[in-house]
Design a protein around this ligand. Sequence first.
Ligand SMILES: Cc1cc2nc3c(=O)[nH]c(=O)nc-3n(C[C@H](O)[C@H](O)[C@H](O)COP(=O)(O)OP(=O)(O)OC[C@H]3O[C@@H](n4cnc5c(N)ncnc54)[C@H](O)[C@@H]3O)c2cc1C
Length: 431
Amino acid sequence: MNNLIWFRNDLRVADNSNVSKACQGLSVMAVYFFDPRHYEVYDFGFKKTEKYRARFLIDSVTELKANLLKLNITLLVFHDRPENVMPNLVKEQEIKTIYLQKEWTRDENKVLDAVISKIPASIHIEEGYEQFLFHPDDIPYSGIENIPQVFTQFRKKCEKYSEVRSIMKTPSLMPKNNLRGTDTIIPSLKELGLSDFEIDTRTAFPFKGGEEQALKRVHEYFWETKKLGYYKKTRNGLLGKDYSSKLSPWLANGSISPRTVYWEIIRFEKEIQKNNSTYWLIFELIWRDYFKYVSLKHGSKLFKIGGILNKEYLWNNSTEAKRRWISGDTTEPFVNANMKEIAATGWMSNRGRQNVASFWAKELQQDWRIGAAYFESLLLDYDVHSNWGNWMYNSGVGNDPRDRKFNIQSQAERYDGQGKFQNLWLQERLF
Ligand SMILES: Cc1cc2nc3c(=O)[nH]c(=O)nc-3n(C[C@H](O)[C@H](O)[C@H](O)COP(=O)(O)OP(=O)(O)OC[C@H]3O[C@@H](n4cnc5c(N)ncnc54)[C@H](O)[C@@H]3O)c2cc1C
């Protein structure tokens, strides 16, 4: 029985039921697609994926390939649309079952439907939810439609009635497969139509993509520096690599599972210390889950101007406001510093994201979806649910029961009182 693992946003071998299940067959192979559509200009005039996340992805796929090879599984990598490649691939390799992570957003559905329409109906498609902390089968709600509109209600009920599943065992070595055809090559940034770049020395995210790199970061943040024990005090920081866990880019493309992070926190609580900070990282992982459930419940409303509340605000669409916001040339130095950071690195802190989003949508009253699309293009940790869900939340069309607007100047005073962050990004660079 030949099984194929189709990797999308689950780029890991460990704690991945798609890998575990596929390895129960006699022969297993794997595939990943750099889909050209992901590197094209998209809605609102931005490339769907810019160079920062693309490089992170290239590194992630490179490590995935190496880790799979340790199990004798070959990862084929194509720079092509899945629906162009899959029909021949499944035929040549006599595939019986395709295993993949279940996604539910529009673009992912379209691609899967296009593949299914072109391959024999006899091929079994097995999809598993690999991206959650609380598995959809384990949450205390009888149907997705009953997911509450307010996070706190969701969190409290899950904390009381749900359990995080234990980590799955990594499968043992497979027999060497005799894959027909030759090895494939991971495309370069240039081949994806993107320019090469040097990492900005000011970056707060000086890390590389990949499953090993994610574990390395957990090791460093939890065990070496024990920063996890102070997380709640530092999490609103703006400077350096250690004010927060920085795990989001690996979580977003699935190089690490939220369960792995959760069980490491529990181990830390047992072996080092249990406090508000260790709990707060779990709290944030539940936010991550919540936005996924909001997206499951509301589907394409996530991308509609009225959001999940069907709100009718008067939104502007000014090219000049967009230019100024993106280039860090607004009336607010704190917004400008954050916008320069994301443009130079693909990273922005949570505090920064909240402020620049509030400024764009609430202060300037510009179409919030433009801001979300810009973030989608640039962010190293772009995740469809977290990005569009947080943007809705900060724009008054989502799950914030208080519908707050940030006072940017008092935020800057509170979180960057000495102006260190603003100086870092707003000073003229001599080199
Ligand atoms: C406008 C806006 C857009 C955002 N877009 C994204 C996005 O595309 N991808 C993304 O992963 N996060 C997004 N966030 C959430 C948050 O800013 C980042 O997850 C966080 O800054 C990542 O840094 P960290 O890993 O050090 O987080 P930590 O503070 O260490 O938190 C640990 C983990 O919890 C999760 N988490 C923390 N805060 C949130 C949150 N508000 N919503 C959802 N999950 C959270 C992340 O997976 C994060 O890695 C967005 C927030 C805003 C306000």
